[in-house]
Design a protein around this ligand. Structure first.
Ligand code: NAP
Length: 325
């Protein structure tokens, strides 16, 4: 089969189209003919050699949508439409940058939908991350204020819409004034231009602070984000767009304000139910929900897609379509 293989850590140039053996079906695992896959920052980090435990060469890709080819000793049957996410894909074993992938059954969701492959491909990991962050990380409820640090990311855009639907007031940050209109069109109540610190602007709007903060930039802004939360508020670290994994100078007694709770979300497929994913997909098909699909790429263009992701021009999901029949 054809696969995009990262032979070694490095720039997008290490992503090379190759012929490699098609994986063989085995009990409890699902062999999927891939139709499309969303791109994720996590894959950029893995490509750069920053994902602990990942060895090279590796076929990257932590999510996919496609058709079951074989699924011995599972309830799935050949021909079913499925989505797969996480569970070691593209890290511990070869992932979705390929014509076929073999993934454990517990990472796979059977779906019923006529959505086009590109739109469907944008959904699984994004939906899982957003729903997991809102429900498990942030325990949100209607009437709360939510600051999304890194609001123009695909995760940030979808979080804004789902949280708005749940009755929250949304504050979203961007460093780029040209993206303000897109954020507003996406339902954001207050757009905050992020020059490094947003505490003053948030406190001007909400003097006691906000109820919830979704931190997608990561360690480079976390200490500032903590100061925007009110006592009793929750800050959930889900993303690391800033590219720094460690805070070298962290003094918990000073840096975590009294009463503010700091947590994190590292997603897994079991954090969402098949029913919730199917319901979201049905909402997208019925145009009750939108997927921010920024741009699609052909299979041979995966390296270009990585360059585009790294350029930070996007405010939505990038999807690679492997086979759109
Ligand atoms: N925990 C989990 O389970 C999980 C799952 C999936 C994704 N994630 C994480 O969630 C985050 C968002 O992912 P995504 O795929 O939605 O991202 P994305 O769409 O690629 O995000 C792009 C945006 O990030 C902002 N950005 C990029 N570099 C930045 C920097 N150095 N400082 C500040 N802002 C920066 C830019 O916004 P502006 O130019 O508008 O400022 C850019 O438009 C990532 O860190 C990803 O790894 C976590």
């Amino acid at each position: 089969m054809k696969a995009i293989v990262a032979e070694e850590p490095g720039t997008p140039d290490v992503l090379v189209l190759k012929d490699i053996p098609k994986p063989e079906a085995r009990p409890g695992w699902v062999l999927i003919k891939i139709k499309a896959f969303g791109l994720n920052r996590a894959e950029l980090f893995t490509r750069q050699g920053d994902s602990p435990g990942v060895t090279f060469p590796r076929v990257l890709g932590i999510e996919a949508v496609g058709i079951v080819q074989a699924a011995p000793d599972t309830p799935l049957t050949p021909g079913q439409t499925v989505a797969a996410t996480m569970g070691g894909m593209g890290r511990q074993f070869n992932g979705s940058y390929a014509e076929y992938t073999l993934v454990p059954q517990n990472s796979v969701f059977a779906l019923k939908t006529d959505l086009d492959w590109a739109t469907l491909g944008a959904i699984p990991e994004m939906f899982q991350t957003v729903v997991g962050s809102l429900n498990i990380g942030l325990e949100v409820s209607s009437g709360q204020t939510l600051l999304i640090r890194g609001g123009t990311s695909s995760i940030g855009m979808t979080t804004a819409r789902l949280a708005k639907d749940m009755g929250l007031t949304i504050l979203s940050t961007t460093r780029n004034p040209n993206k303000v209109a897109k954020l507003k069109a996406n339902g954001v109540d207050h757009v905050i231009l992020d020059g490094g610190s947003v505490v003053k602007r948030v406190r001007d709007l909400y003097p006691n602070g906000v109820d919830r903060v979704l931190e997608l930039i990561g360690t480079t802004t976390l200490l500032d984000s903590l100061k925007t939360a009110k006592s009793g508020g929750i800050v959930c670290m889900t993303g690391i767009l800033g590219g720094e994994w460690i805070i070298s100078d962290f003094t918990p007694m000073d840096d975590i304000p009294t009463g503010v709770k700091l947590t994190s979300y590292a997603g897994k497929a079991s954090n969402i139910t098949p029913e919730s994913l199917q319901a979201f997909i049905d909402d997208v098909a019925a145009r009750r929900q939108i997927v921010n699909l920024e741009r699609t790429f052909r299979f041979e263009e995966v390296a270009d897609a990585h360059r585009y992701m790294e350029s930070n021009q996007a405010s939505g999901k990038l999807v690679v379509v492997v086979d759109d029949n």
